[in-house]
Design a protein around this ligand. Structure first.
Ligand code: XMP
Length: 510
C-alpha cells in the first residue's frame, strides 16, 4: 500500500486516485494518524499531500518526525514538500506573493530522478498553488527545478529517497504529472502495477467470504451501480446465501421501482425481495424539515426494515452495503468535517442487528464501474446516474409530502427525457429537479394570476462527486425543460437553473 497523508482533504483523495490509476493501491489518512499507519501497515511509500495551511500558521497540521525517519521513500507535494523542508533542515519563506495556476519551471540539475526527460525547446509548465515558498531544500537534498516564485520548486535526496515538488503532479493541468508519479512509484520505490480490476475483484470476494463465514447476507439494493456491484461480488463469494432487498421508499423517481425490479430479475440469479414501505417513510417524515433530521430518519427506517425482513424471511446475519471510499471520508468517520450524513454511513443507528459488509468501502466510483463491466453487469446498471439513498426527500426542500414528491417526479421525468432526447445524459454526472415549496412567486397563466412554487433544475459534471461543476446545457434544451415543466406540472410556475459548483455548493440541495 502507498500511504497518502492528508493535509487538506480534496488534494489527498485526488492523489490516491491517481496512484490507483497507475495500478498501485493507495489509502488516505489524516496527518495525525500517519505514524500509526506507518507502524502498523508498513507502506511501501508515503506521499504527503498539499493543503491550505501555511507551515507557520498556528495549529497547522504537522507530521510525526518518525514518519520522515522511517526509511520509507517519501514524496512531498506542495504543503507536504514545505513541511519536509521545514522539518529536515531546509527553509520555507512565509508570505511571498506566491504562484497560482500554470507556471513555467526551469531545470537546475539534469540528474533529476523524478522529472521526465526534457522535450524540445518548449517551456516546461506545471500547475502551482502556493503562497509560501521553499528557499533552501532539506539538508543533503539538491535542487532540481525552480520557478520565478519558487527557488526550490523541486528537490531530491535519492540516497535517503526523499523527494519534494512545489507543484501539483496530481492535477490534469500538470502535463508531466502522471509520469512524475509513475517514476516515483516504479523507478524509485520499485512497485509493480498490480492493482487491477481483476485483483480488486479477487480481494473483495475473498474478504466477503471470510467476513460472512457460514452466515447469510442480505443486501440493500438501490438499483444504482454501487449496490448492484456489491451484490454481484457478494453473490460470487457466498452464492445463494445472499438475498437482495429492494425497499420502495416512495421517494424514488417515476417508474424506477418497477424498472429496477424488472432489470434485476432478468439479469441476476439472486433472490430478490421487494418491500413496499412508502407509507412508513411518509409517516416518519411528517412534519420534519431539517435536512440532517430527514437523512437520519430515512437511514434508520431503512435499517429497521432490513432487520424485519431479515428476521422474518432470511435469517441473515450480515448486511451488505455499497458504501464507497468517498462516502466514508465525507461522512467524517475518518475525522474530516461532516458535510452530510449519507444515509448508508453517518445515518446508521448504533445498535444495528447485523454485521455490516462493505466490499466497496475502499473503492472510488470509477473503479466500481470498471469492475462492474468486468463482472458482466449490464450497462444500464453500470452507467446509471447516482441517486441519493434518501431519494426525493432531499429534493423537496422542507417537509416531505406525497404530493410534493409527485411534483418532483413529474418535473424530473421531463428533465431526464429532454436530456436523453438531446443525447446529453451520459456526459452528465447527474441531472435532476428540486422543489422549493416554501418559496412562492407570482406568475401569470392564461389570464389568471398564479402564486406557486419554483422547480430548480440542477445538472452537474463531475468525476467523483467530491467536486462538481454546473453543466453548460444548451439554451434550447433548458428552454424546452422550462416550458414543459411550467406547462405540465401542476403547482409549479417558475423554473430556475442552478449555476453553483461544488464547492461551495453541494450536488444535492439538502
Ligand atoms: P452531495 O450533495 O454531498 O452529493 O454533493 C454527492 C453525491 O452523493 C449523492 N448523495 C448520496 N448518496 N446516500 C447516497 O447513497 C446519501 O445519503 C447521499 N446524499 C448525496 C449525491 O446524489 C451525489 O451524487
Amino acid at each position: 500500500v502507498v500511504l497518502v497523508v492528508d493535509f487538506g482533504a480534496q488534494y489527498a483523495q485526488l492523489i490516491a486516485r491517481r496512484v490507483r490509476e497507475l495500478h498501485v493501491y493507495s489509502e488516505v489518512v489524516p496527518a495525525r494518524d500517519a505514524l500509526a499507519f506507518v507502524r502498523s501497515r508498513r507502506p511501501a511509500a508515503v506521499i504527503l499531500s498539499g493543503g491550505p495551511a501555511s507551515v507557520y500558521a498556528p495549529g497547522a497540521p504537522g507530521l510525526a518526525p518518525e514518519v520522515l525517519e522511517a526509511n520509507v521513500p517519501i514524496l512531498g507535494i506542495c504543503y507536504g514538500a514545505q513541511l519536509m523542508a521545514q522539518q529536515l533542515g531546509g527553509v520555507v519563506e512565509h508570505g511571498g506573493s506566491g504562484e497560482y495556476g500554470r507556471t513555467v519551471i526551469e531545470r537546475t540539475d539534469e540528474r533529476a530522478h523524478l522529472l521526465p526527460p526534457l522535450r524540445g525547446e518548449a517551456p516546461e509548465t506545471v500547475w502551482m498553488s502556493h503562497a509560501d515558498a521553499i528557499v533552501a531544500p532539506p539538508e543533503g537534498a539538491r535542487v532540481v527545478a525552480s520557478s520565478a516564485g519558487a527557488p526550490v520548486a523541486a528537490f531530491e535526496d535519492p540516497a535517503r529517497r526523499r523527494f519534494g515538488v512545489q507543484w501539483h503532479p496530481e492535477v490534469s493541468h500538470t502535463p508531466g504529472g502522471m509520469e512524475l508519479l509513475g517514476r516515483f512509484l516504479f523507478d524509485v520505490v520499485g512497485l509493480e502495477p498490480r492493482w487491477t480490476s481483476f485483483s480488486i475483484i479477487e480481494q473483495a470476494i475473498a474478504e466477503v467470504r471470510s467476513t460472512v463465514g457460514d452466515g447469510r447476507a442480505i443486501c440493500a439494493l438501490s438499483g444504482g451501480v454501487d449496490s448492484t456491484v456489491a451484490a454481484a461480488l457478494t453473490a460470487e463469494a457466498i452464492g445463494d446465501r445472499l438475498t437482495c432487498v429492494f425497499v420502495d421508499t416512495g421517494l424514488l423517481r417515476s417508474g424506477e421501482a418497477e424498472q429496477v425490479e424488472h432489470l434485476f430479475r432478468s439479469q441476476f440469479d439472486i433472490e430478490l425481495i421487494v418491500v413496499d414501505a412508502a407509507d412508513r417513510f411518509f409517516d416518519a417524515l411528517a412534519g420534519v424539515t431539517d435536512p440532517e433530521a430527514k437523512r437520519k430518519i430515512i437511514g434508520e427506517l431503512f435499517i429497521r426494515i432490513f432487520e424485519e425482513t431479515a428476521a422474518s424471511k432470511t435469517n441473515a446475519t450480515h448486511l451488505v452495503q455499497g458504501t464507497l471510499y468517498p462516502d466514508i471520508v465525507e461522512s467524517g468517520s475518518d475525522g474530516s468535517a461532516t458535510i452530510k450524513s449519507h444515509h448508508n454511513v453517518g445515518g446508521l443507528p448504533d445498535d444495528v442487528a447485523f454485521t455490516i459488509v462493505e466490499p466497496l468501502r475502499r473503492l472510488f466510483k470509477d473503479e466500481v464501474r470498471r469492475i462492474g463491466v468486468e463482472l458482466g453487469i449490464p450497462e444500464s446498471f453500470v452507467w446509471r446516474q447516482p441517486f441519493p439513498g434518501p431519494g426525493i426527500a432531499v429534493r423537496v426542500l422542507g417537509e416531505v409530502t406525497a404530493e410534493r414528491v409527485e411534483t418532483v417526479r413529474r418535473a424530473d421525468r421531463i428533465v431526464q427525457d429532454e436530456l436523453d432526447e438531446a443525447g446529453l445524459s451520459r456526459s452528465l454526472w447527474q441531472a435532476f429537479a428540486v422543489l422549493a415549496p416554501g418559496l412562492r412567486s407570482v406568475g401569470v397563466s392564461g389570464d389568471a394570476r398564479t402564486y406557486d412554487a419554483p422547480v430548480i433544475v440542477r445538472a452537474v459534471e463531475s468525476e467523483d462527486a467530491m467536486t462538481a461543476d454546473w453543466a453548460r446545457l444548451p439554451w434550447e434544451v433548458l428552454d424546452r425543460i422550462s416550458r414543459r415543466i411550467v406547462n405540465e406540472v401542476p403547482g409549479v410556475n417558475r423554473v430556475v437553473y442552478d449555476v453553483t459548483s461544488k464547492p461551495p455548493g453541494t450536488i444535492e440541495w439538502e
